[in-house]
Write a protein that binds this ligand. Structure first.
Ligand SMILES: C[S@@+](CC[C@H](N)C(=O)[O-])C[C@H]1O[C@@H](n2cnc3c(N)ncnc32)[C@H](O)[C@@H]1O
Length: 184
């Protein structure tokens, strides 16, 4: 599905900015020099905006080559073709993990969450943005994504929190989406 979406993905994000980048930019604080890993970071759209606002070392990891190739045109420090289920980093490598509109695509979510925890430094933060699972809109999106051959299972913030086993805080950023922050 993302092979086809890659050429138009940034345009869709510009139109729908308030459903992806804006909630993260508005609600997340960074320290200068933080090492950030954006898992399922796609075209690097969010990273490019982040780097304009903050002094960060920003890594985008994505499993889709065409999506990732779009981040070459952006101000991203490192782009890695890889799988969220098997992150190619040492334990405790990052100050912050971002996962925006991507967790629902991962096949084994518990494993992906464990991997996030593993590569996160002590006192680091995980930030996850996704749709509430119980909405009619989410069910339609999930149906379309599955028809397109994608994994598409949305978790509630409390389920993510339970699987992470970390101190978390989550809140509604609009009618459809939540932002969850977890601290190690
Ligand atoms: C809906 S896009 C979101 C992209 C970006 N986070 C954003 O908000 O613009 C989901 C991304 O997750 C990636 N993805 C899906 N499964 C993945 C996996 N197992 N490991 C890494 N990336 C994955 C897809 O290739 C796609 O780029």
């Amino acid at each position: 599905m993302f092979d086809y979406l890659a050429p138009i993905y940034d345009l869709s994000l510009k139109i729908g900015n308030r459903y992806s980048a804006t909630p993260v930019l508005k609600n997340v604080e960074f320290e200068s020099g933080d090492e950030v890993l954006d898992i399922g970071g796609g075209t690097g759209y969010l990273g490019d905006l982040m780097k304009k606002e903050f002094n960060l070392e920003y890594v985008v990891l994505d499993s889709n080559k065409k999506m990732l190739s779009k981040s070459k045109q952006k101000n991203i420090d490192t782009m890695i073709l890889g799988n969220a289920l098997n992150l190619p980093f040492k334990d405790q490598s990052f100050d912050m993990i971002l996962c925006v509109d991507a967790l629902h695509h991962f096949m084994e979510k518990t494993r992906a969450l464990e991997e996030m925890k593993r590569v996160l430094k002590d006192r680091g933060k995980i930030v996850i943005l996704d749709l509430y699972p119980y909405l009619f809109l989410t069910k339609i999106i999930s149906w379309i994504e599955r028809r397109a051959g994608e994994e598409s299972e949305f978790l509630t913030p409390s389920e993510i929190s339970r699987r992470l086993g970390l101190e978390t805080d989550s809140f509604k950023v609009n009618h459809f989406q939540f932002l969850l922050k977890a601290k190690k």
